[in-house]
Design a protein around this ligand. Structure first.
Ligand SMILES: Cc1cc2nc3c(=O)[nH]c(=O)nc-3n(C[C@H](O)[C@H](O)[C@H](O)COP(=O)(O)O)c2cc1C
Length: 161
């Protein structure tokens, strides 16, 4: 697990290969089993494969790689069910990243500001009460990025008391 954490890097270039729906479901299942505030798990996941929709999202997000990824996953949390939506989204995303890594898939956190999130929700017909803070491209990495290395970790950030 720790080695997979080190191996995970943000991937912004993908092979032009489809990702099977079953694999997408597996990595979303892993996200669903992330801890959530009070165990509410008020999250839902939108899987975008349509090329035109991806292109529109790339325009809204102002990052072209969004159009070129085989799949985009938009995690959302129902704000009416929890006041910890941001925390839940971040943790679910982290679990999704690691599950994807295990499947040989690359991901990256593409941040969305509130205006971009609003526009994407409108495009996908997602009700206002759902919060989105990021969108996650998923696909086979086009090139290998070197893993994180122990030399980049400084024990000075740890404070025993
Ligand atoms: C909160 C957050 C926001 C990020 N926003 C973006 C983004 O909008 N676009 C992007 O290309 N990468 C984004 N990233 C990815 C970071 O640039 C990346 O995680 C960081 O450079 C470390 O590299 P690594 O993921 O390969 O370890 C974001 C990451 C986080 C955690």
């Amino acid at each position: 697990m720790i080695q997979e954490i080190k191996n995970r890097r943000s991937i912004r270039q993908f092979k032009n290969e489809p990702v099977p729906d079953e694999t997408i479901k597996e990595i979303i299942k892993a996200a669903h089993f992330a801890p959530s505030g009070r165990g509410i798990r008020a999250w839902e996941f939108f899987v975008i494969k349509d090329n035109l929709t991806k292109k529109k999202i790339a325009e809204i997000g102002q990052q072209e790689f969004l159009a070129r990824a085989p799949v985009l996953i938009l995690p959302v949390v129902d704000k009416t069910k929890t006041n910890l939506a941001v925390q839940d989204l971040a943790l679910a995303s982290g679990y999704l990243f690691l599950a994807a890594q295990e499947q040989g898939l690359g991901t990256v956190w593409k941040n969305l500001n509130s205006e971009q999130a609003k526009m994407i929700k409108k495009l996908l017909e997602i009700p206002e009460n759902f919060l989105a803070i990021n969108i996650i491209p998923v696909g086979r990495p086009a090139k290998k990025i070197p893993p994180h290395q122990d030399k980049d970790f400084d024990e000075k950030i740890i404070h025993f008391r």
